[in-house]
Design a protein around this ligand. Structure first.
Ligand SMILES: [Zn+2]
Length: 734
């Protein structure tokens, strides 16, 4: 809270005793660490004849309800000052009611369009939500009142989250010039030093001279360390925050959340409960406590290199898939990045998207599918999403790349590069998992909205247009593709090592690619234009034609679809979203009974990263009917990476195919998945599993499964026969 330029405290204290206290006096005392004097000052305000002063008094005494009530009284009259509404809004923001706070800031602005603090209020809400408007609001505030230190401090804060270090330092300096006790600006400077691995001591010394108990400063530093992936360091600074001010409940909660991100449970619970009990009940605190409580519903499965946390309802089904994929990933990355992780990696898989979302609260960016904190990965379960929305396999390869890169750089890597490399790795694992050039990306290419590489981080945290985060992921990934194509993949690893040595992006580009960042941009933009420029320029034409084609398909005008479809497809073959041409064409071929063309079209869809399970299963069925058993099982295996849950038929079909191909290990895995999917015919599933074990020469397991089948259906003849056979013939190896 910055309301008053610093005054010598003694003078201030005696001023208070000579005349009625003002809120500015009281807040200044608080800010300077004079707790008892501040409390006396606030107490005095609560006896004021003016409700807006009583409100400030109760606020300072942390009597939130009374403060709220007094602001309500103060703003009742139609000609009350807009400033009261702004202050009320700030109180509500502090007390976790951002919706009403935003309403109050807007009301204040409608009455007084030049109310700079109201813009700062709106910016504070935007900044916390990473919604991208924060900078615009702050520019408005500063244009109206260049001397508003709060606005400069918040701008420094937002700039640092964007990793715009030059702007962050400049704005922090402006705040300090305006108010010599701009403690948050000093904290931003300290964070800047730490992020650049320099000593922050001088800045902490400055702020401690003003108020040694200013915990918020350490907490702000910790927050920026978190945003720069420095989770362990953030813990240390949240601890300092609490040490400086043990009653700083927000820091207790943030410490708890940060520790959770590092895979801890007991201390986070203690810290979060403490803040909750002391009335600090923001969404992150409440939801994190709920999440900790829900851990009792999870199985923890450990081996020497992995710890998996899977919900009990689906752990039997998912474990074999995720664990084996994780081992492939570890082996691949160890070789590729030429390093080993120091301990096991923990992967948490959440079937309830809200639980996963708790893990990303207060974090910028998409955070939509997975998130990595050091050696802990949290992600959605396939069951948390609609079928076709999410590929857990590619998400896991993506997140695990972060685990390695964070470790390789000791958590010193810019966002754009670690995200870009992770996106690139998805495409390296499988061409079908490559990031798709979606319509928003094409539009960004057409409208020249891609960012220079040196500023690419800004597209991730506070986006300047709604789709910028998605576009930035694509751009970062394609930059890594470009580097591999033009130079080679080793260059990417060299860049990792340069970042580990704390080089900046311009230095890293110059040193490893022998180009200035500007020249690099030029070459990259030319490359991306070559690839997608034509598609981008004819995007509108494509969209119009697709709409017409879709309408024709709706009216079952299949001749039109077959006649016009291929040309529209060729205009933008990467499009596999809603109403894509592949599906329209496949339907048209189906109506003509041309199953060969239907299958060829669906296969082309899959090759372009199409992932709707119903289309993949349709392709598999066509392949199976055409006698392409190996192709059919490969297609169904793709579905396992997308939506292996709630689909016993998928596992039955794939298992039978693999069994017929004598691929018994695969068949066993799929029959096990079938059993774990709670099929209607449980005995039949167990019996099939027994047969697969028997064929694979695993007689003990076969007996276990056949007994399970008979337990469900005692009179099941084929199972009885198999059991007899198992019991009479002596064990033999396969
Ligand atoms: Zn990522």
């Amino acid at each position: 809270m910055k309301l008053l330029a610093a005054l010598p405290v003694l003078l201030l204290a005696c001023t208070v005793s000579l005349r009625a206290a003002t809120p500015e006096d009281c807040w200044a005392l608080r800010k300077h660490g004079h707790g008892p004097e501040a409390n006396a000052c606030f107490e005095q305000l609560t006896h004021s004849g003016r409700p807006e002063l009583r409100a400030e008094g109760f606020w300072g005494l942390e009597q939130w309800e009374q403060a709220n009530e007094q602001f309500r009284v103060a703003t009742q009259s139609p000609d009350s000052k807009p400033a009261y509404k702004v202050r009320w809004g700030m109180l509500l923001h502090e007390r976790f009611n951002d919706a009403d706070a935003a309403g109050l800031f807007r009301e204040a602005l409608s009455k007084d369009p030049s109310n700079a603090p109201a813009y700062v209020g709106l910016a504070a809400l935007s900044a916390e939500g990473f919604d991208g408007k924060a900078m615009e609001y702050l520019r408005n505030a500063i244009a109206l009142d260049p001397k508003l230190a709060d606005a400069h401090e918040l701008m420094a804060d937002v700039a640092l989250a964007n990793d715009d270090r030059v702007l962050a330092a400049a704005e922090a300096d402006k705040a300090i010039t305006i108010e010599t006790d701009a403690l948050d600006a000093m904290a931003i400077h300290a964070a800047l030093e730490l992020i650049s691995d320099r000593s922050p001591d001088a800045w902490f010394a400055k702020s401690q001279a003003i108020n040694p108990h200013y915990g918020e400063g350490y907490a702000l530093v910790a927050h920026h360390l978190e945003l720069h992936y420095r989770y362990e360091d953030a813990v240390a600074y949240y601890r300092k925050a609490i040490q400086a001010d043990p009653r700083l409940w927000s820091a207790h909660a943030a410490l708890g959340i940060d520790l959770m991100r590092l895979g801890k449970e007991d201390e986070p619970f203690k810290e979060l409960q403490l803040s909750y009990d002391n009335g600090y009940r923001n969404a992150a605190t409440v939801n994190s406590l709920r999440l900790l409580d829900s851990y009792k519903n999870f199985d923890t499965i450990r081996d020497s290199t992995t710890i998996l946390k899977l919900n009990k309802s689906e752990s039997a089904l998912l474990l074999p898939y995720i664990q084996s994929e994780l081992h492939i990933i570890l082996a691949t990355y160890e070789k590729k990045y030429q390093m080993k992780l120091t301990g096991p990696v923990q992967v948490e898989v959440y079937p309830n998207h809200e639980d996963f979302a708790v893990r990303t609260m207060g974090m910028p960016g998409l955070g939509a599918l997975g998130v990595t904190f050091g050696q802990v990965v949290a992600m959605d379960s396939p069951s948390a999403r609609k079928p076709g929305e999410f590929n857990w396999g590619s998400a896991l390869w993506h997140e695990m790349s972060h685990v390695f890169i964070l470790s390789a750089t000791n958590h010193r890597v810019p966002r754009w590069f670690t995200e870009g490399l992770a996106v690139h790795e998805e495409g390296e694992r499988s061409a079908e998992w490559k990031d798709r050039v979606t319509p928003e990306v094409l539009l960004a290419i057409r409208d020249k909205k891609l960012l220079p590489v040196a500023n690419l981080d800004r597209g991730f945290v506070y986006p300047e247009y709604p789709t910028q985060v998605v576009v930035s992921y694509f751009q970062a990934g394609s930059i890594c593709d470009f580097i591999k194509e033009k130079w080679n993949e080793t260059k990417l690893l060299d860049m990792v090592h340069s970042y580990a040595k704390l080089q900046t992006t311009p230095e890293v580009i110059q040193q490893n690619l022998s180009l200035s960042p500007e020249e690099f941009d030029k070459q990259y933009f030319a490359w991306i234009n070559q690839k997608y420029g034509k598609e981008a320029t004819q995007f509108d034409e494509w969209r119009t034609k697709l709409k017409a084609l879709y309408a024709a398909a709706q009216q079952k005008k299949y001749d039109t679809v077959l006649q016009k479809g291929p040309a529209i497809l060729a205009m933008y073959p990467e499009y596999v979203g809603d109403a894509n041409v592949y599906e329209l064409l496949a339907d048209a071929y189906q109506s003509r009974g041309d199953s060969r063309s239907e299958a060829a079209t669906l296969l082309a869809y899959v090759r372009q990263s199409g992932e709707m399970p119903h289309l993949l299963k349709r392709l598999a069925t066509l392949q199976q009917a055409a006698g392409q058993s190996a192709e059919a099982s490969a297609t169904l295996a793709r579905v396992n990476y997308i939506y292996p849950v709630k689909d016993p038929d998928l596992h039955r079909q794939l298992a039978d195919l693999l069994y017929a191909q004598k691929r018994y290990n695969g068949a066993i895995r799929e029959y096990e998945a079938l059993v774990a999917s709670h099929p209607v015919d449980k005995a039949g599933a167990e019996f099939s599993l027994a047969q697969a074990y028997f064929s694979a020469g695993q007689r003990d397991k076969a007996e276990e499964s056949v007994l399970a089948a008979l337990e469900t259906a005692p009179g099941y003849r084929p199972a009885q026969k198999l059991l007899l056979e198992l019991q009479k013939s002596p064990a033999k190896s396969n």
